[in-house]
Structure formats: C-alpha cells, structure tokens
Ligand binder design. Sequence first.
Ligand SMILES: [Zn+2]
Ligand SMILES: [Zn+2]
Length: 306
Amino acid sequence: MFTARNSKYASDAERQEKLSFFKKLSFLNIWQGIARTLSEAVFPSRCLVCEEFFPPPPKIEIRDIEDITFETAMGAFICRNCCCGFVPIEPPICLWCGIEIENYEDEICVRCHNTLNQFRKARMLGFYRTPKSDDDLEEQPLEKAIKALKYSEKTWLAKGLGMLLFSTFVRYWDPKEIDLVMPVPLHIRKLRKRGFNQSYLLVINWHRIAEKLNINLSHIQIDIDTLIRHKDTKPQVSLEGKEERKRNIEKAFRVINPSKIQGKRILLVDDVFTSGSTVNECAKALLKAGAECVDVLALARPLKKK
Ligand SMILES: [Zn+2]
Ligand SMILES: [Zn+2]
C-alpha cells in the first residue's frame, strides 16, 4: 500500500515533470518559429539563377527515392520559379549513351552508331542548356548549380546535387550491378588549385542517403585513388571539335593499382558528359587494367536538341 502510494506520488511527479518539459518545449518551438521567421526576413536565400531573394522553403524529410526532385534537392538555393526551369532527360533515350532520341524503335542514337563506346551504358539526369532561338541558348538551373559548385567553391551545393545523382543511379541501375564507384579524377595540379574534386563531392554522401532510404549499398566502395589523370588536359567544354576533344584527352588516365579493379564492375561518375571522350578514355584504361565493365553516370548533358 505504502509502496503503491509512493509510486503514485512518483508517477504524479513524473507526469508534472514531463508536462513542464513539454510546455518548455512548445515554448521553445514558438521561439524557434519566431527566430526562423525573423531570420528569413533578415536573411532570405538569394536564388542562384535569377539572383532574387526568396524565403527558404520548409525543410522536407526525404523518406523515399520518389521524394528526391530538383526542387526538394535544390530548393534551398534556387527559387521555386527557377527550379521549374530544370529540364530532365526523359525517355526515349539511347540505350547506350543515355541521350534523348526521337523514338523507342531507334534504340541507339546516331552518335553511338558511329562511335565505339568503351563504356557499357551511360545515363544522366538533365540538360545544361536548351535552345532559346536559332542562335541563342538558355542556361538552365542545373548548369548554374554545377558551375557554382565547381568554379565558385559553393561546395554545399554538392549535397543536393549528389542526392539527385543518387536518384538517377537508382533509377537506371540495380545497385547489385556495381562494385566500385569512381569519380573521374582531376589532374593533381587542378585538384590543388580547386581544392576538391567535384565528382567526388557528388558521391561522398551516397552511403548515408542509401541508408536513410533503406537501399543496400554496403557492397559498393567509393574509390578515388586507383585511377589517376596524369596528363593535365584542357577542359573538354572549352574545345570545339570532336577530334580536338579526343586528342586533348588521349592517354590522359592511368590505373596505378590494377589488383583493386580486377573483375570489378565500375561506375564512373562525372559532373558533365560532354562528348563522351573523357569517360571513354577512363573506361579504356580501366578495362585494359582488368575491370569487368565500366558504366557512366553524370549530372548533365550539355545541350538539348531542338
Ligand atoms: Zn530564381
Ligand atoms: Zn547514344
């Protein structure tokens, strides 16, 4: 009896304590809400594309792969209106290089008919630019975001872009098909100058995202030191012709530890797939060193055809 009364007092006290804790918490929530509203008024986000200020969108918890959209991934940095400008690459696509084609019956694009790709398949998320008129191109939010990451050191953009890249990976691959993820390497001089490899930043959080979404990625390793770029090449986007791009990148890559890639199925990751010459050279070096196959995943393709 005594014990029961004691325990009743104990539970009453406990309840009071909990109540006051929750009161404090809701009080805290109100203050947090006020603080957030004030900070939004004082520090709204500035859109990366149109440069207008906009209130940050509510934080969305990503629970499913379908929750990853351009807006949920990039909405903190690009306003809603500009996010709507994102142009995804949608089927029908070339089964080999992943570019949009006219109809499903074609299966592979004209370029792949005339080129012997070294990679097994390549897929990308969206377009860099779209034609506005005959001689004018429209820069897309994806291009702005990639350039801001690469050239303005806005490395925090890699989180959202990496999430988008991961959703593209899951869209086109069964993760069981891949053993190693390899970001396309930069030459040591460029790496020192930039301070980071943007393609590595795009995959650095993949295991964490996969865990959140209950996708098994534990067998996949991210490898950043087996493939190296020993030739300091010019940026492929700065070169005009296909031949010039090919010459620029020829024999630029080398595998320094072939035993690490023997029989492995490799996914090469890059930010932009320009003519395919870079990834083809990487794939050539990897296959020569004993990789079983090489696939390619990139964020963007430069230009959507009219
Ligand atoms: Zn905007
Ligand atoms: Zn193709």
